[in-house]
Design a binder for this molecule. Structure first.
Ligand code: G3I
Length: 302
């Protein structure tokens, strides 16, 4: 294979990228995205503040720009994200209790209705657990509506679009020994035991000196998959883009049958939310980096 998408397809996986709508008219950017990837995540445009700027008034202008760009080129779209403590519009930040709970439900229903049957995978809940060793839920306005907010979000999403795969997505849950990883694992195990509809777990995989790539990442993917969910690498970027580390992540996914795909969080280093770390596969000029070749080689192994 000579592209990331073809390489992943050899293994029945997708290879995706996060796209920003306001960069799509940059031809270098758009050409790389079109050539190399067959799945697209909107970096910001499907988030709550973008899609429901006023209560009950949905705006899919930028989201649809990305959606249509991808679909016209035969690419899958990963939906990101429906319920999150961050990037809430001001009106939602001001809500609490039952009013916020209902607003969350309405938001999930409104966005999923717009894309019903057309977005096969959704990050339903994003980043609901605390960092560090507590293993607790993150304190947020959503959490303060009651511990059941996550399962309500998943049940709402299942009803809103029964065809969509429903994911829980988080960062710093790649190391099997981390308290945060164990906390998410226990939630997923509990959801499966009680029949709460959850189909996948997204491991964002933002690796850097504070959250280095763990050699037990493959174990983590295997353990979650054994609960009966798919696992996906959803926002991959690695500080300094060391080729070996990139290759290891690819091999970890390919070693786990239920690891269905990999998404990198941006096209060029200059497009990254952490551009100063040069964490991506293409440099600022759009040239392939050593990390790119390491990923492609790993995809072309056996
Ligand atoms: O669009 C506004 C612009 O109008 C304004 O002038 C400018 C001033 O700061 O801000 C622009 O919005 C920024 C937006 O990115 C678009 O560039 C926001 O400030 C900025 O906070 C936002 O950052 C995004 C971040 O999520 C917000 O939480 C990053 O682009 C995006 O890469 C990042 O993605 C997250 C995932 O969704 C979840 N996992 C972690 C990941 C990295 O933080």
């Amino acid at each position: 294979a000579s592209t990331l998408a073809e390489g992943a397809a050899q293994h029945g996986r997708y290879f995706g990228v996060a796209i920003a709508a306001n960069r799509l008219n940059d031809s270098v950017y758009a050409n790389i995205a079109n050539r190399e990837f067959n799945s697209v995540t909107a970096e910001n445009e499907m988030k709550i503040d973008a899609t429901e700027p006023q209560p009950g008034q949905f705006n899919f202008y930028q989201a649809d720009q990305i959606f249509n760009w991808a679909r016209q080129r035969g690419k899958q779209v990963r939906g990101h994200t429906l319920a999150w403590h961050s990037q809430q519009p001001q009106w939602m930040q001001n809500l609490s209790g039952q009013a916020l709970r209902q607003a969350m439900i309405n938001h999930i229903q409104g966005v999923m209705a717009h894309y019903r049957g057309q977005i096969p995978i959704w990050d339903v809940v994003n980043e609901a657990f605390e960092d560090g060793n507590s293993g607790r839920r993150r304190d947020s306005n959503l959490q303060r509506t009651g511990d059941d907010w996550i399962e309500v979000a998943f049940r709402t999403a299942r009803q809103a679009d029964p065809s969509a795969k429903l994911c829980y997505n988080d960062y710093n849950i790649e190391n099997w020994n981390a308290a945060k990883t164990q906390a998410v694992y226990n939630m997923v195990r509990d959801f499966k035991a009680r029949g709460v509809p959850i189909d996948c777990v997204g491991f964002q995989s933002h690796f850097n000196s504070g959250n280095p790539y763990p050699s037990n990442f493959r174990t983590t993917l295997q353990q979650f998959a054994a609960l009966g969910v798919d696992v996906e690498i959803t926002e991959l970027d690695i500080e300094g883009a060391p080729p070996q580390t990139y290759a290891n992540v690819i091999r970890d996914c390919l070693a786990v049958p239920r690891c269905t795909g990999i998404t990198v969080w941006g096209v060029r280093d200059s497009d990254s939310w952490r551009s100063y770390q040069n964490p991506l596969l293409f440099d600022g000029n759009g040239n392939k980096k050593q990390a790119y070749y390491a990923v492609l080689d790993a995809l072309n192994e056996n």
